[in-house]
Design a protein around this ligand. Structure first.
Ligand SMILES: *Cc1c(COP(=O)(O)O)cnc(C)c1O
Length: 641
């Protein structure tokens, strides 16, 4: 007997299905209306903000899709969580050192991000990490808190070193981290000239390696940092220059998104041995900078899969502190101030990419013709029709092979001119009808034959979406990174269409066909049918880290609109728009690749004038055409309705 209540699709089923409670970290949920909502302060608590309301507010203000939505409070909440977690762990283990965090600018360099980290982070003396001159120059202006650290990583020329030394001179807690042996004489020489005592750190290349996408940045093969023998040499150079007292910090960075806590423990313990060794050499060590790597659970599986992590933030803090204490206490070395350079974990949650679906294409075949109607068609097509007619659950595999055989024969006949365009179209249709029928029938089987396992993915619809993978989700394209994706509304309705997403770059790589799953990677996602007069909105979540500036201008699709919101102070459930950044116009992206929009207009106007002279158009039509051209230049690079 059918149980109606059990079979009804609900918001709760959607939540489970898209995993929003697994990856949402308490920031995202589904409302009674079936819309995705944001809890700006986390913990699935407080007054939620409906993304659909934000979208309609943006539309009223003339902001077109795609939009990158940032929620300021989420950034604040993540900063707070990090400091509180370390605070609790230090208290619990009676850790005698301290904790300082620095935000690595490269993870999201946008001015408003760095500004917010400095502003909200001031309560915790949250500092900055710069890996290049440009980042250092930005950091020097943004960082106001003199208790906060400024860590200078990256290869350094004289200009970089000078800036870092001046920073020290004006009272900024600036550390110059040595990445290459040749930097030491340079720093010492410049410091002597300026009469400054620099704060030095050494970056070590650990032999510990970590799993995950970015594992190459740690371990023996890492291009960054000093080997143990170079560290020993560095100590000697410092001693010979009477500058060992400048060395205060030890740094390593295992790589980003380290999914396995064992790798984090392993690296920390190796680094602690080196730290103790440096203390034994007579260095006045005070800081242990363990870099970034704190991962984000993008798929919500809580495993050591590359898009996940098998630890919580609390476990990360507790493990780091426990490992450090166990080794340092054994050697009776005072507990250092721990520095972390977490970037991804701080900013990932706070941006959501929103876009509308423009259209879809489906393999769902049209009604196929009756045998009697098609007496005159080629015998091969008759055969294919027979396969369709005689298809049952019992002969599925045989029918599948036959259908492929006849389809391929028909393609050959088409190439040799024995089959017409219409017949070929009819044959493809019948073939897909056979495949669709099989995919419906296999649901009835207990055991699904191997060759049919992927059949649903083969039949997936293509949803054409108004965004560019290359511009907005470069890691999806470059390293098969997985982000959680789901519809923003209609979550009280059952999604019945299996789909992959295509962007509007018309590049065959401009697609998303890998999706999060608790146990595996899915190759299609279930979405709702498109309705004729209603927009359908999708969101890609947790995109705040690394995506914005890695993106490129493929097909000249530019930066998207960016809207930053904040929950209203009184927390009455409302939000306010605190920042709007208009995306690139067509003229903007053309000028990035060296076109001059003004001269484009002049050149096109000459062409239009020629057409007037040749009697092809009237002068009034010339005006219309020029207006359209100029409006096009001013317009958004994405699909506008
Ligand atoms: C990229 C980078 C980080 C940031 O790593 P996350 O995994 O994003 O926290 C920290 N430190 C250094 C040296 C880096 O290169």
């Amino acid at each position: 007997m059918k149980n109606e209540a059990l079979e009804r699709w609900t918001n709760a089923v959607s939540a489970e299905f898209y995993g929003i409670h697994n990856w949402g970290a308490g920031y995202f949920d589904i409302s009674e209306k079936g819309h995705v909502v944001i809890y700006p302060n986390g913990g699935n608590a407080g007054n939620p903000i409906s993304i659909m309301e934000v979208i309609s507010g943006m539309k009223e203000r003339g902001f077109e899709m795609p939009v990158l939505l940032r929620v300021g409070n989420i950034l604040d909440s993540q900063i707070k969580l990090l400091h509180e977690s370390f605070g609790h762990a230090m208290e619990r283990f009676n850790y005698k050192g301290g904790y300082k965090a620095v935000y690595p600018i490269k993870v999201n360099q946008q001015q408003q991000v760095v500004e917010e980290v400095c502003k909200f982070g001031a309560a915790y003396h949250h500092g900055l990490e710069a890996g290049s001159k440009a980042e250092l120059i930005a950091a020097l202006s943004m960082l106001k808190d003199t208790e906060a650290c400024l860590i200078c990583n990256g290869y350094k020329d004289e200009e970089f070193v000078d800036l870092a030394l001046y920073a020290t001179k004006i009272g900024i807690k600036c550390f110059i981290v040595i990445e290459m042996p040749s930097e030491i004489p340079l720093v010492l020489e410049r410091a002597k000239k300026m009469n400054i005592k620099p704060n030095l750190g050494l970056r070590i290349k650990l032999s510990s390696r970590a799993g995950g996408h970015w594992s190459e940045s740690g371990g023996d093969r890492s291009v960054f940092g000093l080997t143990v023998s170079q560290i020993v040499d560095a100590v000697d150079v410092l001693k010979n220059n009477n500058a060992l007292d400048c060395l205060k910090l030890l740094h390593y960075h295992l790589g980003s998104q380290i999914p396995n806590i064992r790798d984090i423990r392993g690296a920390a313990s190796e680094a602690c041995r080196i730290y103790c060794g440096l203390c034994a050499e007579g260095a006045e060590m005070r800081y242990l900078d363990i870099g970034g790597g704190l991962a984000v659970d993008y798929d919500g599986s809580h495993t050591n899969f590359s898009s996940s992590r098998n630890y919580s933030l609390d476990e990360y803090c507790a493990d780091v502190i426990e490992v450090i204490m166990s080794i340092l206490d054994e050697k009776e070395v005072p507990h250092p101030i721990i520095i972390t350079e977490s970037g991804r974990a701080i900013v990932a949650y706070y941006s959501v990419l929103l876009f509308n679906v423009l259209d879809m294409s489906t393999f769902e075949p049209q009604v196929i013709p009756d045998r009697k109607e098609v007496k005159k068609v080629h015998a091969m097509i008759q055969n294919l029709l027979d396969v369709h007619k005689s298809l049952t659950v019992k002969n599925m595999q045989e029918s599948f092979h036959d259908a492929i055989f006849y389809r391929d024969e028909i393609r050959q006949l088409f190439k040799s001119g024995h089959i017409s365009l219409r017949e070929r179209g009819m044959a493809e249709n019948i073939f897909w009808k056979v495949v669709t029928s099989i995919s419906k029938d296999i649901q009835k089987l207990k055991y699904i034959p191997d060759e049919f396992e992927k059949i649903e993915d083969i039949l997936a619809d293509i949803y054409y979406c108004n965004f560019s993978v290359f511009q907005s989700l470069p890691d999806v394209w470059a390293i098969d990174h997985l982000f959680p994706i789901m519809p923003i509304h209609r979550l009280d309705e059952e999604p019945k269409r299996r789909a992959i997403l295509a962007d509007i770059t018309c590049d065959c790589d401009g697609k998303i066909d890998k999706f999060i799953d608790l146990h595996d990677v899915k190759h299609s996602i279930l979405l709702h049918d498109l309705k004729p007069d209603e927009e359908y909105y999708l969101g890609v979540f947790l995109v705040g880290a690394y995506q914005e500036t890695l993106g490129d201008l493929h097909n000249l699709l530019g930066d998207t609109n960016v809207v930053t919101i904040r929950a209203k102070e009184d927390n009455g459930g409302g939000y306010e728009i605190v920042r709007e950044l208009e995306g690139d116009s067509v003229a903007d992206v053309l000028s990035y690749v060296e076109y001059d929009p003004k001269s484009l207009i002049l050149q096109f106007r000459d062409k239009a004038e020629q057409a007037v002279q040749n009697g092809l158009i009237s002068a009034i039509e010339r005006k219309e055409i020029m207006d359209a051209y100029e409006a096009g230049l001013r317009g958004y690079t994405y699909f506008e309705k």
